[in-house]
Design a protein around this ligand. Structure first.
Ligand SMILES: Cc1ncc(COP(=O)(O)O)c(C=O)c1O
Length: 413
């Protein structure tokens, strides 16, 4: 029995799917301790948008440590935090005409979702929140109540209250308006439905199976929220930070969220950071009201500041568009070869290959891994293969990974 089986809790998950011990990694490649090379199409579930061990971030981190820069600071002011805030404002917010206050929370996605939900409830004085089928927002109780997956919800041990589940775009069929019933209920004073504190939505549901909401649906959702005095929370934790070809996934859609949750890629190097972006008029927190020991992870500020430099011009984002097309075309060929059994969904550099059932998807994941490709499944019953390589993946490595995937898919057909 190895150390992991002997000592680590049965809760461990991904190490069962990828049963090797990883040792080193560079951009979109990882090596296990026996020196076997893998192409990474998983990127830490959307953390490693800039790949493993980015040289600029590595240098900035080593320099910071060498000069005894403060590592831990709770939420005290540090030069590293100031630089991050100033660059975020200069490179991300100002050019997009966005005015948000930044709240640093505990460095996990689930903690910034908790903060966003608490704030929406505080601001509106309401309890209920609307979340969507297929939604994934985290594992702590408030966020878990918004998460749809049965396995995760079943582990709560307590009732998951104060959330109404509504069908996501497309859930009721391509031509149905999935917001129709809720809209009628909210408009009817005798429906028995109270207006919610907030709607929490992913513009592309990543864990939920790469379900892409249409612009029309997102705008209808925003209109519904505004009509009933509810806040719109966009969870951009997995599809923000450039994943869709824009910095924020909602850019260009006409969405103007009241609250935006960001984590994963924002820390740059895989160094953890999570933030809530809050419209200034909703920043109703009292000092210290949502606290957390690790709101001041300075390595994440240092690496995260370097990561922002990728967005000073459109080099990275136009590469995302280009590589996204390569992914889409390759997956489309796999779908065509399947005679309609396989469907492709996605945008930017997040794509899903819906192979119809979890057993087939698991077989493909296993075969791909043996052939040197790390890819994960998602969606209902795990039926969707999710392609989310680092945005910085080299073209030839991307093509090589897609070829491995194509063979694994063909082998499972
Ligand atoms: C959209 C979304 N929200 C929230 C979370 C939770 O983030 P974390 O696992 O860092 O708590 C995730 C994680 O996959 C996510 O994809």
């Amino acid at each position: 029995m190895n150390a992991f089986e002997r000592l680590e809790s049965d809760v461990r998950g991904y190490c069962r799917t990828y049963p090797v011990t990883f040792d080193t990694a560079k951009n979109a490649l990882q090596w296990d301790e026996d020196g076997k090379r893998y192409i990474d199409f998983f990127a830490g579930a959307g953390v490693l948008n800039f790949g493993h061990n980015d040289e600029g971030m590595k240098k900035a981190l080593v320099d910071y440590i060498s000069r005894n820069g403060v590592t831990h600071s709770l939420d005290m002011a540090t030069t590293a935090k100031r630089t991050f805030l100033e660059r975020f404002d200069e490179i991300i917010l100002q050019p997009r005409n966005l005015q948000y206050k930044v709240q640093f929370t505990g460095p996990t996605g689930t903690n910034c979702v908790e903060a966003g939900l608490k704030l929406a409830r505080k601001v509106t004085g309401r309890r209920n929140v609307v979340a969507f089928t297929g939604g994934f927002h985290g594992m702590t109780l408030g966020a878990l109540a918004c998460t749809a997956n049965k396995l995760f919800r079943g582990a709560a041990g307590v009732p998951l209250n104060d959330v109404t589940r509504v069908p996501f775009d497309g859930y009721m069929g391509a031509n149905a308006d999935s917001l129709d019933a809720l809209r009628r209920e909210l408009d009817d004073p005798s429906s028995g439905i109270e207006p919610p504190a907030a709607f929490i939505v992913e513009t592309i549901q990543a864990e939920g199976g790469v379900n892409v909401a249409s612009q029309e649906w997102l705008l209808a959702l925003q209109e519904l929220a505004r009509a009933h005095g509810s806040l719109l929370i966009v969870d951009d934790i997995q599809v923000g930070c450039g994943r869709t070809g824009k910095y924020f996934s909602f850019e260009g859609t006409g969405l103007d969220p009241d609250i935006v949750c960001m984590a994963k890629g924002i820390g740059g190097f895989g160094t953890p950071m999570a933030i809530v972006l809050i419209k200034p008029e909703h920043d109703k927190w009292s000092p210290g009201e949502h606290t957390g020991t690790f709101r001041g992870q300075n390595f994440s500020f240092v690496a995260g500041t370097e990561a922002l430099n990728y967005f000073r011009d459109d080099t990275l984002l136009s590469a995302v568009e280009r590589k996204g097309t390569v992914i889409a075309q390759s997956l489309q060929k796999m779908a065509e070869a399947s005679g309609g059994k396989i469907q492709v969904r996605g945008h930017g550099m997040i794509y899903g290959l819906d192979v119809g059932d979890g057993k087939t998807a698991a077989a493909i994941v296993g075969a791909a891994f043996k052939a040197g490709l790390i890819i994960a499944s998602c969606g209902s019953g795990g039926r969707v293969l999710k392609v989310i390589p680092p945005l910085t993946i080299e073209d030839d490595v991307l093509v090589e990974g897609l070829e491995i995937l194509g063979k694994a898919v063909a082998g499972a057909a």
